[in-house]
Design a protein around this ligand. Structure first.
Ligand code: NAD
Length: 362
């Protein structure tokens, strides 16, 4: 018996950076999806999409849904509209694939999760960094256990950007804690999570607003402790003139960082020792340190190993979408994990009260 696979009719809401340059072309080129419509408030953008992708355009989601009845609505509108657009689509019978961050705040997140349950609809959030080749490589390194038990994971995205768009304003769900925190905290918990995601037992955060023209944070330092006692250090800094290491993984027997090779390719380099090769060393409580030296250890015989970051591990997210929405398999990004991510970001916001932060009473 031949089982015909169902094509998913998908509509994209929001034709900005991510809707126009990522979601729409990815849907168009995936054989199991049909891009049936687009929604944007801008006539110019609707025309542009019609000319380039042949998609029917609508000014509101309500008009689009009543005319097209899509199976799936892909939401890439500004963040403060995610809740309204997601609930409206689900209430009209559609599943939703929603771009990050899930919403403006945690209260909205809970409403959206409750609505998904109530309407019996599927909701998955696009967390692209889970599907990146560097994420895949780091998970392999951890699985191999080459640097021993991991005690710290560091991730930094540093730049100097004078942001002046809607993402720099709190009222639109802007700010870099919400915007990039949704990427890098999710990535950290996924890298460290084995078969699932790491759980967090302690949350710390500091924020600033430095270079941005808006009223939302553009510097966020997030420090988490997982239930496995791993420190997660995420720095998102849009007011720094220099670069810092984008990734570091620290274990009891060594560490890992990203390196660019002469041919321009990126690798992770592990620098580690083999515990059985360490010299004998015993603790001394003498108050006259032997030879007036800090350590009596012999030089450590460091080894290195490279792990390529291979482009073929760049996930095709719409394959995951098809598995979930079309074949009823488990979601690549379970909703409960994004709800927990958003709880962590909300807690970060609450404990890093800033004088510029009008949403928080100090
Ligand atoms: N996953 C990623 O890597 C990634 C990258 C960029 C943006 N995003 C997220 O995607 C969302 C959109 O960001 P962007 O950078 O593409 O924004 P953008 O400013 O480039 O575009 C927003 C688009 O939404 C349209 N729009 C505004 N109001 C609308 C409404 N009521 N109905 C329909 N369309 C409306 C605008 O006309 C515009 O075309 C944000 O939540 C952002 O955080 C995710």
């Amino acid at each position: 018996m031949i089982i015909m696979k169902k094509t998913i009719r998908a509509a994209v809401v929001g034709l900005g950076r991510i809707g126009y340059y990522f979601h729409l072309p990815e849907i168009k080129k995936h054989e199991m999806f049909e891009a049936c419509a687009v929604v944007d408030v801008s006539d110019e953008r609707l025309k542009e999409a019609k000319d380039k992708f042949g998609t029917q355009g609508y000014k509101t989601m309500a008009e689009m849904i009543s005319a097209e009845h899509p199976d799936l609505v892909v939401i890439a509108s500004p963040t403060h509209l995610h809740k309204e657009h997601t609930i409206e689509a689900m209430a009209s019978g559609c599943d939703v694939f929603l771009d990050k961050p899930m919403a403006k705040n945690y209260a909205e997140v809970l409403e959206m999760a409750e609505a998904a349950e109530r309407f019996g609809k599927k909701l998955m959030i696009y967390q692209p960094h889970r599907g990146r080749p560097e994420t895949h490589a780091l998970r392999q390194i951890i699985k191999e256990n080459i640097i021993g038990k991991i005690y710290m994971y560091k991730r930094a995205n540093v730049n100097y950007l004078r942001r002046s768009d809607w993402q720099s304003l709190q009222k639109f769900g802007g700010g870099m804690l919400n915007n990039f925190g949704a990427h890098y905290v999710d990535q950290a918990l996924y890298v460290l999570g084995g078969d699932s995601v790491a759980k967090v037992k302690e949350i710390n955060c500091m924020r600033h607003k430095i270079a941005s023209l808006g009223d939302a944070d553009d510097v966020a330092k997030i420090l988490l402790r997982t239930t496995e006692d791993i420190t997660v250090d995420v720095e998102i800094n849009m007011a720094c003139a220099h670069q810092v290491e984008p990734f570091m993984l620290l274990g009891e027997h060594g560490s890992v960082l990203m390196r660019v090779k002469e041919d321009g390719s990126q690798v992770f380099e592990a620098k580690y020792f083999v515990p059985s090769e360490l010299s004998e060393l015993s603790l001394s409580e003498s108050l006259a340190a032997a030879d007036r030296k800090y350590s009596q250890d012999q030089p450590i015989s460091w080894k290195t190993k490279e792990y390529p970051i291979l482009p073929e591990y760049d996930a095709n997210y719409y394959d995951y979408c098809y598995e979930y929405y079309g074949e009823d398999k488990a979601p690549f990004v379970p909703l409960s994990q994004t709800v927990e991510l958003m709880r962590i970001l909300e807690e970060c916001k609450n404990i890093s009260r800033c004088s510029y932060d009008s949403s928080i009473k100090i």
